[in-house]
Design a protein around this ligand. Structure first.
Ligand code: APR
Ligand code: PHB
Length: 392
């Protein structure tokens, strides 16, 4: 097989890239290890920045997002019985939208199908070759044995555990990593949210987040130790802990049947550069953020916005200046998001270092957010995301 851009991974990064390239009349093939229903049903976060929604609209894949997405004007911070509203839209003129990542993925896969973009699911043993040559190619095991895809450029959109980043020779990449000693236990419940906006709660027992997926479905998270066994969390214990961390006098979290639960560890990770020869990394393949800043999906989409523009200039005009700058341009926003995600994480999570000092600093920062509009504006600007730019 032959194509112009070989894309490894059918997550938000790979699928959005394929559609952005198609809009520039550049052919691609997407290779995905899992089957279609696995990819479409994998439960992940669900907060879209304005930039992400704008890009989905530009691509013509936002019909269902515009109908079912839940636009929000702000979030609440809650601690020690106090609730502070951060009015994002009032402070920044921009909005955020709640729409599950698996819905985004479903819409993107449908659009690829309609536009004749080949997405090959269930391909095994994907390997990338000739990255620093003029003829890179990808091999994989398909239905008919080993197959080979020749391409001009390769996009590694295969997530943190993919094969593209490890295919870069030793010594090329610098990796920055921080592992948090805690994770998030996340649930989906058939319960009407009893809050109009998301609630990020600081509590002596640990962090908790109240989010939602629809007027009937709540999405909730609890900070737990990184190696927590989900078997230790029967439904009653989850609700009890959510009520303790999020509840205030006269108000409770709406309860209902839990139909999905799982624990995810939290880490910060960046590799630099996001390129080697003809291989370009995008999304989780190059960076991971803790979910407290809600940036993972938005960063993935931002990477491929820059990458598609750069590949477009390469194929249309033979102009490689944007491709050469791709990594530096993408990393600017990646590091901004790393800093913000770390800030939100360190602000709200129980630190468990045996010292009460950290908790007192957290409360001082929350108090500052209450007193200072500048502090609230800073948080809001980071949370909604700075406007897209050709170099950011
Ligand atoms: N061969 C083919 N496909 C692979 C391989 C492989 N060896 N390894 C991984 N994949 C696929 C995964 O199955 C997955 O579908 O690559 C895809 C990567 O998708 P994501 O993990 O969703 O990563 P990305 O597209 O960068 O999106 C980032 O996802 O992890 C969340 O919170 C994160 O919202 C962020 C978003
Ligand atoms: C979610 O709705 O899943 C969600 C929202 C905000 C976050 C993380 C997850 O910071």
């Amino acid at each position: 097989m032959k194509t112009t851009v070989g894309i490894v991974g059918a997550g938000p990064a790979g699928l959005t890239l394929a559609l952005l390239l198609r809009a520039r009349e550049i052919d691609s093939v997407v290779l995905e290890r899992r089957d279609r229903s696995y990819v479409e049903e994998r439960v992940r976060a669900g907060l879209l920045e304005q930039n992400t929604v704008d890009l989905m609209r530009e691509l013509g894949v936002a019909a269902r997002l515009d109908q079912e997405g839940l636009p929000h004007d702000g979030v609440y911070l809650r601690w020690q019985g106090q609730t502070l509203h951060i009015p994002m839209t009032e402070l920044t003129g921009r909005t955020i939208t709640i729409y599950g990542q698996q819905q985004v993925v479903r819409d993107l896969i449908d659009a690829c199908g309609e536009r004749g973009i080949e997405v090959r699911f269930e391909v095994e043993d994907v390997a990338v070759h000739g990255l620093d040559s003029d003829s890179p190619h990808i091999t994989f095991a398909g239905e008919g044995g080993e197959e080979r895809l020749d391409c001009e450029l390769i996009a590694g959109c295969d997530g943190f555990h993919g094969v593209c980043r490890p295919a870069i020779p030793a010594g090329v990449l610098t990796e920055y990593e921080y592992e948090y000693p805690f994770g998030w236990l996340g649930i989906l419940a058939e319960a009407a949210p009893t809050t109009d906006e998301l609630i990020y709660a600081w509590h002596e027992h640990g962090f908790s987040l109240y989010s939602m997926r629809s007027p009937e479905i709540s999405r909730l998270y609890l900070q737990v130790p990184a190696d927590e066994d989900i078997a230790d969390w029967p439904d009653e214990r989850i609700w009890e802990e959510l009520q303790a961390r999020l509840g205030v006098d006269g108000w409770r979290v709406g309860e209902g049947r839990i139909f999905d639960k799982g624990v995810t560890p939290m880490r910060s990770f960046v590799c630099e550069p996001m390129q080697f020869g003809r291989l370009f990394l995008a999304g989780d393949a190059a960076h991971i953020v803790p979910p407290t800043g809600a940036k993972g999906l938005n960063l993935a989409v931002n990477d491929v916005r820059l990458l598609a523009a750069a590949m477009g200039a390469h194929f249309a005009d033979g102009d490689d200046s944007l491709l050469e700058r791709y990594s530096a341009d993408a990393l600017r926003r990646v590091w901004r998001a790393q800093d913000f995600s770390n800030f939100m994480t360190q602000l709200l999570h129980r630190l468990d270092d045996g010292e009460p000092f950290g908790a007192r600093l957290q409360l001082a920062r929350l108090e500052q957010l209450k007193r200072s509009e500048a502090a609230r504006r800073n948080l809001a600007e980071n949370y909604v995301g700075l406007p897209a730019a050709p170099d950011f």
